[in-house]
Write a protein that binds this ligand. Structure first.
Ligand code: CFM
Length: 553
């Protein structure tokens, strides 16, 4: 594929400003080398026919010294992908800080009443609490003891072990320890070499998590559950109860959810996931690997969906119905949409006049900066700028650029599993002709268009934004709302601009599905129309000179 031009030639403006000039201002103060690197990561959006957009340098190391938003590989593996599964005892092998500071910080909710044993270990923090002694003489013995202790106390179905930076540095072989303990205890015990320093961000941890769950869990249980339309929901983590709302909608539509990776999930669902007939990918960045591997090994196809935004939810439901192709299901899905939409329309009629024309910026991990643009569009708001912390080019530009992505040393570090069709269990769910026909009808198998083709011309796409650039963007544009995470929240508010946390939802949510969309509209209305920001003036802005006296002489 021919590479699109890096800089658009068109005369475009964003919020009345020349975006190229804004870009120049953002990198103006950087040393030459840093400016050059950031110039490849700060892109003025421009869409050519065939959805061709400029390349965004992404999934590369953050420049040392720049304050970024990213997390580590361990965070992506233990926290993001495995964290929401309630019935695996997740042991952090490392110093206590890694476990303690990643404990209950993500708002992935769960409902233990849906599994018979009612296990829920998410509220516990399991750590081997490595000390100097283990760093010097090795921590394998202590890890085996920790696994035994966890087993004795809780009798879980599975125990997972997560390596932190020092474990990789001293060379503890967690996988052999896990194997031995698996034989000894007779339960599933498996490890993740997700040392924090691996890769350039938490994205590496997602990949490692996908690999190990696929190797050690998926396919262990062949029981075929009842249900006509069986599917898995991948990349939905039940933040603020999002998965509960999606489950509610699925149930109404008559869809049978075999497993979710991994919001409100149980390990039993993963083991059984290969028996479903369709994989839905919500967060492409964190979970596309397992969908690809399941397709190769078991033959179930995947489609990209989005349940953020009422319109996007309806569209996704229609795609699912089209895939199964049964008139009864299509009719039921239409009936559900017709039943759910009036409350959405009523809320928008009331709120939209107050939000119309307001301007937003979104800088979140690897999916939400894209997905949440749907909700802002529904509110009549403009997205001036957006970017991911750690996503890859395919999340920006679409999967069509996958063959063009250069694999660098950091990515080569992460294992790429070779997967073959299962001799007994590989079963294509649709024939190649059916797949072709469905594609033509609007079921885009294995496709993700990426964020940029859906953004306005001239909007600024910024990968791995730094705090310095954040401050500059706030000063230049003074948006009506800025979306990011807790690390950014208070600096943004100090600019007098409301800040919505799109990771944790600021203790709110759900924002997925129809009910979630209404929640979001109300929240954003409250935030962008609050008068409180006009009262925010620092003392030195009101009285530039403060008088003081010496307390002693
Ligand atoms: Fe996917 Fe996520 Fe996200 Fe992500 Fe995350 Fe998250 Fe996120 Mo925080 S899996 S990429 S690693 S949608 S924890 S639920 S909000 S950065 S945009």
């Amino acid at each position: 594929m021919a590479k699109p031009a890096a800089t658009p030639k068109k005369d475009i403006a964003v919020d009345g400003l020349d975006p190229e000039k804004v870009k120049a201002a953002l990198i103006d103060r950087y040393p030459t080398k840093v400016a050059r690197k950031r110039a490849g990561q700060i892109i003025v959006n421009s869409i050519a026919p065939g959805d061709a957009v400029p390349a965004v340098q992404s999934n590369v190391r953050t420049v040392p010294g720049l304050m970024g938003q990213r997390g580590c590989c361990y965070a992506g593996c233990k926290g993001v992908v495995l964290g929401p599964t309630r019935d695996i005892v997740n042991i952090t092998h490392g110093p206590i800080g890694c476990g303690y500071y990643s404990w209950l910080t993500r708002r992935n909710q769960t409902d233990p009443s849906t599994t018979p044993d009612g296990h829920n270990f998410m509220t516990y923090c399991f750590s081997t609490d490595m000390q100097d002694e283990q760093i010097i003489f090795g921590g394998e013995k202590k890890l085996a003891q920790a696994i035994q202790e966890a087993y004795d106390h809780f009798h879980p179905k599975a125990i997972a072990v997560f390596a932190t930076c020092p474990v990789g540095l001293i060379g503890d072989d967690i996988h052999t320890v896990c194997k031995k303990m698996k034989e000894k205890l007779g339960i599933n015990v498996f490890g993740f070499s997700c040392e924090g320093y691996k890769g350039v961000s938490q994205s590496a941890g997602h990949h490692i998590a996908n690999n190990q769950i696929f190797k050690h869990v998926v396919g262990l249980d062949d029981t075929v559950r009842e249900g006509k339309y069986k599917l898995n929901l991948l990349g939905e983590y039940n933040i603020g109860g999002d998965a509960f709302e999606i489950e509610r909608i699925f149930e109404k539509c008559g869809l049978t959810l075999i497993s979710t990776f991994s919001g409100n999930s149980s390990i039993d669902g993963f083991a059984n996931a290969h028996t479903a007939d369709l994989n839905l990918i919500m967060c492409h960045r964190s979970i596309n690997y397992v969908a690809e591997m399941m397709e190769k090994k078991y033959g179930l196809p995947w489609i990209k969906v989005n349940f953020i935004g009422a319109g996007a939810t309806a569209k996704s439901l229609r795609k699912i119905a089209l895939y199964y192709g049964e008139p009864a299901l299509m009719a039921r899905v239409e009936a559900v949409i017709a039943e759910e939409m009036p409350r959405v329309t009523a809320a928008l009629e009331e709120i939209r006049p107050r939000t119309q024309g307001k301007r937003a910026m979104l800088f979140v991990g690897g999916s939400r900066a894209h997905h949440y643009q749907e909700l802002f569009t529904e509110l009549g708001m403009t997205v001036l700028s957006a970017g991911y912390e750690f996503a890859h080019r395919d999340d920006y530009e679409g999967r069509k650029v996958l063959p063009d992505i250069k694999v660098d040393a950091d990515s080569r570090n992460i294992e790429e599993l070779t997967v073959h069709p299962d001799p007994e269990r590989y079963r294509p769910r649709k024939s190649p002709e059916e797949m072709e026909r469905l594609r033509a009808e609007g079921v885009p198998f294995s496709e993700y268009r990426g964020m940029m083709p859906e953004m306005a011309e001239g909007s600024l796409v910024i990968d791995d934004i730094s705090q310095y650039e954040t401050d500059a963007m706030l000063e230049i544009f003074k948006p009506d709302i800025f979306c990011a995470g807790i690390k950014e929240k208070y600096t943004v508010q100090k600019h007098g601009i409301p800040m919505k946390q799109l990771h944790s939802y600021d203790y709110g949510g759900p924002y997925a599905g129809f009910a979630g969309a209404v929640n979001f509209y109300r929240e954003i209305d409250r935030m962008v129309n609050s008068k409180v920001w006009d009262y925010l003036k620092a003392p030195w802005q009101k009285n530039p000179e403060l008088s003081a006296t010496y307390a002693w002489a």
